[in-house]
Write a protein that binds this ligand. Structure first.
Ligand SMILES: C[S@@+](CC[C@H](N)C(=O)[O-])C[C@H]1O[C@@H](n2cnc3c(N)ncnc32)[C@H](O)[C@@H]1O
Ligand code: SF4
Length: 460
């Protein structure tokens, strides 16, 4: 398939509404507390019949300072000793979780996210990986996709080298913006030198793929300023870029109120930034993967997209589709068989649950067949920009065109607007529909109601 996108400003403006980012379907709003520890354990034990690989996620919530824009689950503190009680509980959770899974199941994917995973020191990182190897079946070569989110202010050449020795082979670096005025406005002072030290360190140590996160929509950002940041990062030729649209939801993330809204670029300016940076990345030879992500054409994500083996979950895009995801640490989410389960969110509640001698799951959802079918449809569209009805019919024992007759009818304005083409057997997302993939997926979302819109961020 061709990996092209076409920027149609009028169309993007017309379709610019709030909507989920579909890292899960159903989204977390559908999780219920009636789904608890027992239901999770049952799903975990059942999943062993499949022999599928595992994907492990560890959440390390700590950050040294808070970036005002941040919408992640984090705890900011200068007190480094806070990691000790956290890791004690995380290690206990690793022991308990590992007992549920067949030890023969290989860990195909491992991801450390946060907060800031490297807030823990090198010794603690060593212990965490030792503990993981003791209890789970990790690869010793680079067959697994083992990745970590890095704040370059919390890493250096040495720590990056250590991470590589411990088995990590992919990393994602938080940059956001290099402009000093913007950095000041968002309370994140980070130099190009410290960022490049980590990026170059990753290359030297043999990391297979390095991603850089940037955000547009922050206070004092302009098209010219953002392009300067992009050009500076491009000098280091990262394998992937995430260009995130700033999600402004101050009622959910109070530190966002510390930024001056009047300084934030308006919708037109944001669109101009997105347009210019998209063009710049395409010129530089990157391809659009979908939902904020770009990659070099020889990066595994770009290859997987062409082969239609790309997949999307809580960690974003991945090439490992067939794994059960075990999330550990406060707030983390697991995806086992046809269930989602989430751990307690605050440190106090998480500690209490683990200290009581059991897991920390407090809510979740068991997917119905309809949920599973819709999740498959949404995942395929968002990952491949293509959906073949015959494939869905065979896999789910349905007649797509009858089952989704209403949705297909609801897609007609998008056909007229040129976002998709609809044949007797396929939906293809066109070059100009790709930036609006979220809107296309929303048609297949059975839970989306008008009053839910303010619980999600805007598409652009
Ligand atoms: C957990 S952080 C990455 C690791 C590390 N804490 C850091 O900041 O470098 C994940 C990414 O989420 C993105 N992010 C955080 N808050 C956001 C928001 N409100 N809107 C859009 N993206 C956001 C940032 O690009 C950030 O790099
Ligand atoms: S963006 Fe990263 S470093 Fe900043 S507060 Fe959020 S998680 Fe912490």
């Amino acid at each position: 398939m061709e990996q092209k996108i076409q920027f149609d400003e009028a169309l993007i403006k017309r379709y610019n509404q709030s909507g989920p980012r579909y890292t899960s379907y159903p989204t977390a709003i559908q999780f219920e507390e009636s789904f608890g520890i027992d239901a999770y354990k049952e799903a975990a034990l059942r999943s062993n019949e499949s022999g599928r690989g595992l994907s492990l996620y560890y959440h390390i919530p700590f950050c040294d300072t808070v970036c005002f824009f941040c919408a992640c689950n984090k705890v900011w503190t200068r007190d480094r000793s806070k990691t000790t009680p956290y890791l004690q509980r995380l290690f206990k959770e690793i022991e308990m979780q590992s007992q549920l899974f067949d030890p023969a199941r290989k860990v195909e994917q491992l991801h450390l996210g946060g907060g800031t995973p490297t807030f823990i020191n090198n010794d603690e990182m060593r212990q965490l990986m030792e503990k993981t190897r003791q209890h789970f079946n990790l690869y010793d070569d680079d067959s697994g996709e083992y990745s970590i989110e890095i704040d370059p202010r919390e890493a250096n050449r040495e720590s990056v080298k250590l991470l590589r020795e411990l088995g990590f082979n992919r990393m994602s670096l938080g940059v956001q913006d290099f402009d000093e005025k913007v950095q000041k406005a968002v309370n994140r002072i980070q130099t190009q030198a410290e960022t490049f030290e980590v990026l170059e360190g990753a290359r030297e140590a043999g990391f297979m793929s390095v991603n850089v996160d940037l955000i547009y929509g922050l206070p004092l950002q302009t098209e010219a300023g953002f392009l300067r940041t992009l050009d500076r990062v491009l000098e280091a030729e990262p394998d992937r870029f995430s260009i995130f649209n700033y999600a402004h939801m101050p009622s959910l993330f109070p530190t966002q109120k510390k930024m001056n809204e009047a300084d934030m670029p308006n919708a037109d300016e944001k669109l101009a930034i997105l347009h210019a940076s998209t063009e710049r990345l395409l010129e530089a030879g990157y391809v659009y993967i979908g939902m904020d992500h770009f990659a070099k054409p020889d990066d595994e994500l770009a290859i997987a997209q062409r082969n239609e083996t790309l997949y999307r979950n809580f960690q974003g895009y991945s090439t490992h589709a067939e794994c059960d995801l075990v999330g550990m640490g406060a707030t983390s989410i697991s995806l086992i068989n046809n269930t989602y389960a989430q751990n307690r969110k605050s440190l106090e509640e998480y500690y209490q649950a683990i200290d009581a001698g059991d897991l920390a799951v407090f809510r979740g959802v068991q997917l119905t067949e309809d949920d599973e079918l819709r999740r498959d449809v949404i995942t395929r569209l968002i990952s491949h920009f293509h959906l073949n009805f015959v494939k869905i019919d065979a896999l789910w024992n349905v007649r797509f065109k009858e089952y989704f007759a209403t949705e297909l009818a609801n897609l007609s304005p998008m056909v007229e607007d040129g976002l998709i083409t609809l044949s007797d057997e396929d939906i293809y997302v066109t070059a100009k529909g790709r930036l609006l993939i979220r809107n296309i997926c929303m048609v297949f979302d059975a839970y989306l109601k008008p009053d839910m819109q303010n619980r999600f961020s805007k598409v652009i």
